[in-house]
Design a protein around this ligand. Sequence first.
Ligand code: 5GP
Length: 178
Amino acid sequence: MIKIHDKVFKPFISHDRILEAISGVAERVNADFRDCEDVPIVLCVLNGSIPFTGELLTRLEFNCELVSIKMSSYQGTKSTGTVLNMMGLTADVRGRRVIICEDIVDTGNTIVALKELLLDKGATDVKICTMLFKPEVYKKDVRLDYVGMAIPNAFIVGFGLDYDELGRNLRDIYVIDE
Ligand code: 5GP
């Protein structure tokens, strides 16, 4: 058990299991991109996706560029439903294929807004790659191209995921104990 701010969390997904899921995602991304002639962009959605994107990146076997963007829709342990673009893209995506790397897809508001933004900025193709997915909450029609692991609808922290900015440094993933 660990305590962050006012809430208690219990162990949920071990570090090894997280890395296994990321290796599985990498295999599928590699199968689709290995022989590509363009240089796709790997897009890290700050801050939560930093550890995931870092681990995924070292497993990719094709030339790619790393770009970042900061989006935010969560406050405390709940989605606000409004997706804010907190920082522009760190590079031009015009004419490029983009692989979005998300830590977790919950309602889907963030990836839908992000996909729209990227196509609007001239990306030629957008693939969605997420470490975790909450299928019970997802309400969108947009297809998730690469999913590491599906999890039940509960609030989690660790391996990049925060509770009001704390918990991102935890090696394992923890679930709220209610
Ligand atoms: P969506 O827009 O799909 O509802 O939410 C996506 C974002 O909400 C994620 O990138 C993440 O920042 C945050 N989020 C969703 N579920 C959780 C969760 O269980 N724990 C934490 N810490 N953040 C979450």
